[in-house]
Design a protein around this ligand. Structure first.
Ligand code: PMT
Length: 391
């Protein structure tokens, strides 16, 4: 990988040459970009020697465009140490030197930061707010670690060790960002089908499985169109996940069928109501004095089957199945009937799997007869397994 190591002005900058050395030793090509403050702690000669490339530290040195050529060159930008200052600048969109300008220009590719600062600074609400902002844009944080700080106190604020940071880079280069040029559609949550102005037919889906899928796809660099039924959940990676909130099956159908043609694939985990009331009263229905009440239902469109009929060469379609009996046979039937490439079966018989909980246990069946069974895992881990198996 081509890695740009950004160095900012904290005492931990003295560890940056060791980090660069580890990355070069692991086979990466490295270039360094440093702020003026960083140069108080580490020299140009050291960084140029370990990286074997000229250091980028002056915004105007080669006509003021080097941040553009460097951002085109790099596959990954790693800032270590990342001071409260650079974190705040990026969160606020400030570009007033070589590194901050490069950071703003470096879009669509992975950025890792290794924060390092005094523990009181790290705990400050402004820093924590900025960290949350950067994380929501998909920037990964390694550390900070807890321990003795340069200012003589102990607490959270030490830069993670160079070996830990280099290991995080390896994680990314081997498993992540493989979907960085792809867009995926995910459906999540329940649908609500209105009976009258205050009541609806719904189900127990919380949206957790679908949101985990969207986050896991985004972690791999994909852009995600997440169409979700009513849920209180939100996404943390707002940079890569575009959220469309809908209420009913027909609204979900409209959004999904419009978005699918631009997508490399779709994973439909929503629990869509198969039927809706034939009519929705625009007032609260009153008791009518009789013992029972009759509600006419009509069928909703089948989103998964429609996407199956729209599917083009090169698109992958993954459905879910929630079964209570003849589980695998029913899932297999859905796989074939709806023209899917994979179906993810979760059974209500498995304790800790299905609606509402944070865990799931699934069997993934493929069109070509492969079968992958998972143990009980967190929904995030299940999402990673589904993506690993189907993309
Ligand atoms: O949201 P959570 O609380 O985390 O729970 C997750 C989950 C249990 C809802 C999820 O893991 C799951 O199983 N989702 C599918 C539930 C379901 O509706 O299964 P089904 O067998 O009825 O539907 C089969 C497939 O067709 C599903 O991919 C469903 O999204 C799709 N479908 C169904 C009906 C319809 N009208 N349109 C559809 O697209």
């Amino acid at each position: 990988m081509k890695i740009i190591v950004g160095i900012t002005g904290g005492i931990a900058a003295y560890k940056a040459p060791e980090l660069v050395r580890l990355l070069v030793k692991a086979g990466h090509e490295v270039r360094c970009a440093a702020t003026g403050h960083a140069m108080q702690f580490v020299t140009r000669v050291t960084l140029e020697t370990v990286s074997q490339h000229p250091l980028y530290s002056d915004l105007f040195a080669s006509g003021g465009t080097e941040h553009i050529s460097l951002k085109d060159w790099g596959d990954l930008l790693l800032v270590a140490p990342a001071t409260a200052n650079i974190i705040g600048k990026v969160a606020s969109g400030i570009a007033d030197d070589a590194l901050s300008t490069l950071l703003l220009a470096f879009s669509g590719k992975p950025v890792i930061m290794a924060p390092a600062m005094n523990c009181e600074m790290w705990a400050h609400p402004a820093v924590q707010r900025n960290i949350a902002t950067l994380k929501s844009w998909g920037i990964r944080m390694v550390g900070p670690a807890e321990g003795e700080l340069a200012c003589g106190v102990s607490g959270v604020g030490r830069m993670a060790e160079p070996e830990t940071i280099a290991a995080e880079v390896e994680n990314i280069s081997t498993s992540n960002f493989q979907l960085s040029t792809q867009k995926w559609l995910v459906t999540a949550g329940p649908t609500f089908e209105r009976i009258d102005s205050v009541r609806f037919i719904g189900n127990y889906s919380s949206g957790k499985m679908g949101f985990a899928l969207a986050e896991a796809l985004a972690e791999q660099g994909a852009d995600v169109e997440l169409v979700t039924g009513p849920t209180h959940l939100d996404v943390s990676n707002t940079r890569h996940i575009n959220i469309h909130r809908v209420e009913s099956a027909r609204e979900m159908y409209a959004a999904a069928t419009e978005l699918f043609p631009q997508c490399r694939g779709a994973i439909l985990s929503a629990a869509v109501a198969d039927y809706r009331p034939a009519e929705c009263a625009n007032h609260k229905l009153k008791k009518n004095g009789s013992e029972g009440m009759h509600l006419d239902l009509v069928q909703n469109p089948d989103i998964l089957a429609t996407l199956g009929s729209m599917k083009q060469e090169g698109q992958t379609l993954v459905g879910f199945a929630l079964e209570t009996d003849n589980e695998e046979a029913n899932a297999q039937r859905k796989l074939e009937k709806k023209n899917l490439d994979y179906i993810v079966l979760n059974s209500l018989r498995d304790k800790g799997a299905g609606f509402g909980v944070d865990t799931n246990k699934v069997t993934i069946l493929s069109r070509d007869g492969h079968r992958t069974e998972s143990p009980l895992l967190s929904k995030h881990e299940i999402a990673q397994l589904i993506i690993q198996t189907t993309t």
